[in-house]
Design a binder for this molecule. Structure first.
Ligand code: ATP
Ligand code: MG
Length: 315
């Protein structure tokens, strides 16, 4: 059997965060950053940090924001041969300010940044052939060439006998952009592991209850649904089992990245042959650790750090 290798495709950004809560950016505010970011980048960093072979296809500019990401991903063991450095491009960015009510305001530069165009050519095309698992982030379907690249890679990896995981990671506003629902439905049809959070469970399976939505998804060919429940933990359901585990008790500092670290850890343990309860426990621990650090990728964990949290809270 080939050694497993996880691939993802999508936005690589820096995040710059307002240090004080409030409404948006219409007045000067104190900022901290740049932090390496982008949902697929956070996901793949966590996979690499757990020692699982991992790669990402994206584009950055030949600027400090690009190098912040390349350096971090390389340090954590991610194959960055599929990140093209565009000498004329500018790395994507997101400015984020938390409101008093816990909501967030963003100023994004993604579509017109270096990662606004991603193509499967050269080293990126080689990576698709060498990887055995594809992880799709719904948030990465932000531009036509990126949608194409994601759909093509997903198809190829499936045809080569690999597996697919899918985190819709969507806000309702993006859902109605042209072609989005069709692209998402195409991904779902190839999905083995579906990882929604909260209401995302009902995106493709309108139903009156969680159980009914999950049953519909399993009937449509998804092998397992892993539902993220924030501080309350997570659930795993497949054709034969249903497991729910509570969240770990931690102090939340910055929730960004929790879902990505959770998904990365679940997928890594699942590919490694762990039973679903073990995979869910470690994923919960990774999500919990992620919220204790400010900066989206700063809370990614090593195996030893997850073991320590699990040991500490085993009652
Ligand atoms: P994101 O904002 O990164 O997209 P998400 O909505 O995809 O997150 P959440 O359900 O918020 O996902 O978080 C993912 C997982 O992280 C949860 O299932 C849980 O295991 C863990 N987690 C999140 N918040 C907390 C918390 N406050 N305390 C403990 N664990 C948490
Ligand atoms: Mg999410």
């Amino acid at each position: 059997m080939r050694q497993s290798k996880v691939l993802t495709i999508g936005e690589v950004l820096v995040e710059i965060v307002a240090t004080e809560r409030g409404d948006g950016f219409r007045e000067p505010v104190k900022l901290i950053g740049p932090f390496p970011s982008g949902a697929p980048a956070i996901f793949i960093d966590q996979v690499g940090k757990l020692g699982q072979a991992a790669a990402i296809i994206s584009r950055v500019g030949d600027d400090d924001f690009g190098h912040v990401n390349l350096d971090r991903l390389k340090r954590d063991g991610v194959d960055v041969s599929g990140i093209e450095v565009d000498p004329l491009g500018t790395t994507g960015s997101a400015f984020v300010r938390y409101r008093e009510d816990g909501g967030r305001n963003f100023v994004f530069n993604i579509r017109h940044s270096a990662c606004g165009t991603i193509e499967l050519k050269g080293p990126a095309a080689d990576l698709v052939e060498s990887c055995t698992h594809m992880h799709v982030m719904g948030s990465s379907l932000y531009a036509p060439s990126v949608v194409d690249a994601v759909l093509k890679a997903t198809r190829t990896i499936k045809e080569n006998g690999g597996t697919v995981s899918f985190d819709p990671n969507l806000r309702a506003e993006i859902l109605n952009s042209p072609g989005m629902r069709e692209a998402l439905a195409t991904v779902l049809a190839e999905t083995d592991l579906f990882l929604p959070s909260g209401e995302e469970l009902f995106l493709f399976s309108p139903a009156d209850s969680e159980a009914e939505a999950i049953a519909n998804l399993l009937k449509s060919g998804v092998k397992a649904v892993v539902l993220k429940r924030g501080a309350a933990g997570a659930s795993y359901v497949d054709a034969t089992r249903e497991i729910s585990l509570p969240g770990f008790r931690v102090t939340e500092v910055d929730p960004t990245g929790a879902g990505d670290c959770f998904g990365a850890t679940f997928v890594t343990f699942w590919l490694g042959g762990a039973d679903p309860e073990t995979a869910l426990r470690y994923a919960n621990a990774a999500g919990a650790r992620a919220v204790t650090r400010s900066g989206p990728m700063e809370g990614a964990s090593t195996r030893a750090e997850l073991d320590a949290l699990i040991a500490e809270q085993r009652s």
